[in-house]
Design a binder for this molecule. Structure first.
Ligand SMILES: Cc1cc2nc3c(=O)[nH]c(=O)nc-3n(C[C@H](O)[C@H](O)[C@H](O)COP(=O)(O)OP(=O)(O)OC[C@H]3O[C@@H](n4cnc5c(N)ncnc54)[C@H](O)[C@@H]3O)c2cc1C
Length: 396
């Protein structure tokens, strides 16, 4: 395929780049982590609103639901420019990447009218209530129950590791609505108002010391039947749409972010010392950097392939699992190598702003551990690649 910009696309890119350079908020690079402190949350909420007002959010979403009704090419160009200028992601990341696309695909007209625009404007922030104690990789084993009583579901149970649950207004909630059906066939997908009585949210601290995620308890929570997304007991198919969108994170914009990290690593190597000399004199350092470069290039071509599939009108498929394994493991290796380059100084990190590179690589190294767990572990992704892409038999 021809990946060069047409004249109109090039003009759009230039206009977006100039606007982003003038308007992007300056914030510390937190890699793929979500915001947690009130000031970052305020800044990113405001940032999302400005992006929306300028016509830069929901670029390829239908105009009747608040989107811009443009093509996914313009959307990809804009995201690439966001990454190029190192602009932070907007606050409602989960709503934009998963909630919106799932509602657009499976929602009723009323649901699309009610929810989609407010996801874009950040009037309503979303979280994803899928995992539970004992039900992560084996998601279909989930035990949170919803019983239909008249026009309402009554929900009881517990969810775990819910990112942004503490600030969310709405939740994509998977519940069991038929106890007797085979496990994949008794699940429904509810859109739940997080301000409903009976919901308790408790933040959980990660090894970074921050609490991006939470555990959530549901006690007799009432959810209108109108908030059922997709068919009753047919929630598994709807959840797959959410998961495919979640794993389709390897876009050209992600590649650009990795290129930025690669350049920062090369810069670090230029200043780091090995046996009293510039670290770049060591063959092992040069070879490791060269391998990272190759990895980022292969990510780029994989992203092109995913992109051409989407451009032809397809939806994200199991190929997202290859992307997930690649980016999550590369992010871990890059952060670890940065600490290796810093040598003994690496342990001096005590907090952002108090050490070399403001503790960025230390923070990145700790946070990147979660990359191979969140959105489905590397083992699960490799299982999907084996079965659904390579056609290998189940190994168990
Ligand atoms: C930072 C972060 C943010 C998260 N945010 C959210 C969120 O917003 N919403 C949400 O719902 N969840 C979220 N999660 C949860 C995440 O989806 C789960 O942690 C993940 O799916 C793994 O489930 P588990 O923790 O129950 O581990 P388990 O499923 O118990 O797995 C334990 C180990 O066994 C391995 N394993 C399990 N089954 C198999 C198998 N069949 N074959 C080979 N190996 C296997 C796994 O790979 C893993 O190494 C988040 C997790 C993290 C780390």
């Amino acid at each position: 395929m021809d990946l060069s910009d047409s004249r109109e696309e090039a003009e759009f890119r230039l206009k977006a780049r100039k606007w982003l350079e003038r308007n992007r908020p300056t914030m510390a690079d937190r890699g793929f982590a979500l915001p947690i402190d009130p000031e970052s949350i305020r800044t990113l909420r405001d940032w999302q609103r400005r992006l929306y007002d300028e016509g830069y959010l929901g670029i390829a979403w239908p105009a009747e639901y608040g989107g811009q009704g443009k093509t996914i090419i313009e959307s990809a160009i804009f995201n690439e420019e966001m990454a190029r200028v190192r602009a932070p992601a907007p606050l409602n990341e989960l709503g934009l990447s998963m909630g919106g696309p799932t509602i657009l695909e499976h929602g009723t007209e009323e649901q699309k009218q009610r929810f989609v625009k407010k996801i874009l404007t950040c009037e309503e922030v979303w979280c994803q209530g899928f995992s539970e104690p004992g039900s992560g990789s084996d998601l279909a084993a989930l035990g949170t129950r919803a019983t239909l009583q008249g026009d309402e579901f009554v929900v009881n149970g517990q969810k775990l590791w819910t990112s942004l649950g503490h600030i969310a207004d709405w939740c994509m909630l998977l519940v069991r609505t038929d106890q007797n059906a085979p496990k994949h066939r008794g699940i429904s997908y509810l859109l739940v108002d997080m301000h409903s009585p009976g919901i308790t949210v408790q933040p959980l601290k990660q090894m970074t010391g921050e609490a991006e995620f939470n555990q959530m308890f549901f006690e007799e929570v009432r959810v209108p039947r109108a908030n059922l997304l997709g068919p009753l007991n047919g929630g598994w198919g709807v959840a797959i749409t959410t998961l495919m969108n979640e794993r389709a994170t390897l876009s050209l914009a992600t590649v650009m972010r990795f290129r930025n990290t690669f350049e920062d690593l090369a810069e670090l190597a230029r200043h780091a010392l090995r046996s009293g000399a510039c670290s770049l004199r060591a063959a092992q350092v040069r070879q490791t950097l060269a391998q990272f470069y190759v990895d980022v290039e292969s990510m780029k071509y994989l992203a092109y392939r995913n992109f051409s599939r989407l451009k032809r009108g397809g939806t994200p498929g199991p190929e997202g699992s290859i992307s997930k394994v690649l980016w999550s493991e590369l992010n871990q290796r890059m952060n670890e190598f940065a600490l290796e380059l810093q040598g003994p100084r690496a342990v001096l990190a005590v907090g952002p702003g108090e050490t070399v590179d403001a503790g960025r690589w230390q923070y990145g190294w700790l946070r990147s551990r979660g990359n191979t767990i969140e959105e489905g572990t590397s083992e699960i992704q490799r299982g999907i690649i084996a079965e659904r892409l390579l056609g290998l038999p189940k190994g168990y």
